[in-house]
Design a protein around this ligand. Structure first.
Ligand code: UGA
Ligand code: MN
Length: 254
């Protein structure tokens, strides 16, 4: 199957660095198709040029977050969900361009700031509905992971401490969905009308029951993806320059 990696991305000082690093991982994944969705009205030249130089299979879309759901300046990050409009645009693209009966694929929601081992992509190729695995450095823990029944080997819960009552207490990076299964559920998508931090649960509850989940990564004993976050760079001097009508990145893309 082809792995469709869906990546929301937005303009910020570290964007090109994040996407460069990520593309260098993704270029090593065989049979990979990158669906990169900018949080913008139209595709930017920065992302367009970066994609052209990657030699990858990709689809480049733009889908802006509605103004009312955009993070305000100084507003804490966790107040509003991120990536919702972008992931839905990619899901709709798959629905319009892929055939449920003939196209074999796996859909993975791969944020632009995480750290991916190549192993995570190999693990997901065998998923028939939804596969799950541990995610490192997330939810206030070293690792969040599915808990398996020692006899049946099926998922029976989660080790999460943050909102452990979530039906699927798992980060976006910790699951992938078979394309045919996604296409068989034509209304399944992300929504702004769910409680903060419940994006994953809201989507997954439309796709599977907990006992149907397929544990990957050696029965969820290995960490192949990390929820890393990049520190915001200090740009105080750049600001000072700009207030004088100058900038350090005149005629040079950073
Ligand atoms: C956590 C989860 O790992 C995300 O998958 C989930 O979307 C998010 O919480 C949430 O609750 O909405 P976190 O690291 O806090 O993630 O989120 P970001 O990495 O900042 O954003 C997730 C994705 O959306 C990234 O690919 C980012 O580039 C993109 N994004 C972020 C936008 O497209 N627009 C924005 O304004 C912000
Ligand atoms: Mn992130």
């Amino acid at each position: 199957p082809v792995i469709y990696g869906i990546t929301p991305t937005y303009a910020r000082p570290v964007q090109k660095a994040e996407l460069t690093r990520m593309s260098h991982t993704l270029r090593l994944v065989r049979n990979f198709h990158w669906i990169i969705v900018e949080d913008a009205e139209t595709p930017s030249s920065l992302v367009t040029n970066l994609l052209k130089c990657t030699f990858m299979n990709y689809t480049h879309l733009a889908a802006p977050t509605p103004a009312s759901w955009k993070r305000k300046l100084k507003e804490p990050k966790w107040k509003k969900p991120r990536g919702v409009s972008q992931r839905n645009a990619a899901i709709r693209w798959l629905r319009q361009n892929k055939n449920r009966d003939t196209d074999r694929g796996i859909v993975y929601f791969a944020d632009d700031d995480n750290t991916y081992s190549l192993n995570v992509f190999e693990e997901m190729r065998s998923i028939s509905k939804v596969g799950v695995w541990p995610v490192g450095l997330v939810g206030g823990l070293m690792v969040e992971k599915p808990l398996l029944d020692s006899v049946t080997g099926r998922v029976i819960g989660w080790n999460s401490h943050w909102r452990p009552e979530r039906e699927f207490a798992i980060d976006m990076a910790g699951f992938a969905v078979n394309l045919q299964h996604l296409l068989s559920n034509p209304n399944a998508e992300f929504s702004f009308n769910v409680e903060r931090g419940f994006q994953e649960s809201a989507l997954l509850s439309q796709l599977v029951k907990i006992e149907e989940l397929e544990p990957k990564a050696d029965n969820c004993t290995k960490v192949y993806v990390w929820h890393t976050r990049t520190e915001e760079p200090y740009l105080g001097d750049e600001k000072a320059l700009r207030s004088k009508g100058q900038r350090s990145d005149e005629n040079i893309e950073v």
